[in-house]
Design a protein around this ligand. Structure first.
Ligand code: CA2
Length: 150
């Protein structure tokens, strides 16, 4: 019988506002739409998806700590904490599973301060600029990585 991999999908500050403002930057999907798409794709891939959002840096750090020994992979869109949070980086560096960083927008086309990501230092891969579809691509990447690593 195939094993179910457990994936934590972590979303940072203000991503709960998706679909209500700035569609030119972040697309028209709500975070619930993205969650539904992840759960559907996750089912196809044999993943159990734990999809979360927090506006609090401390809560995100705690969730990453709790993922140790529980989740096989973490997909993280840390929102603005991407560019500021050494605490989140340190938590991700202690996590032994696979980390994929996702951004809806192409952060390299935007303000200079968005070009640097602390999260990237702990990420096995980074996907940005593809809107909500990036999350599904991250799930597919995880499946490939798990297959390859055995
Ligand atoms: O492109 C991304 O996914 C970001 O992580 C989004 C963050 C931003 O700070 C990063 O530089 C790139 C911002 C998320 C805020 O989302 C909103 C959505 C709708 C309305 C207002 C904010």
């Amino acid at each position: 019988m195939a094993m179910t991999s457990k994936i934590l999908v972590l979303n940072g500050p203000n991503l709960n506002l998706l679909g209500t403002r700035q569609p030119e930057l972040y697309g028209s999907l709500s975070l619930s739409d993205i969650q539904a798409a992840c759960e559907a794709r996750g089912r196809d891939l044999g993943f159990e998806i734990d999809f979360r959002q927090s506006n609090s840096e401390g809560e995100m750090v705690e969730w990453v700590q709790q993922a140790r020994g529980v989740n096989d992979g973490v997909i993280v869109n840390a929102g603005a904490y991407t560019h500021t949070s050494v605490a989140l980086l340190d938590a991700l560096l202690t996590y032994e599973g696979v980390v994929i960083e996702v951004h809806l927008s192409n952060i390299y086309q935007r303000d200079e301060f968005r070009h640097h990501s602390y999260v990237s230092k702990a990420a096995d891969g980074v996907i940005c600029g593809l809107g909500g579809h990036g999350y599904e691509l991250a799930l597919e990447a995880l499946q490939r990585i798990f297959q390859t690593r055995g």
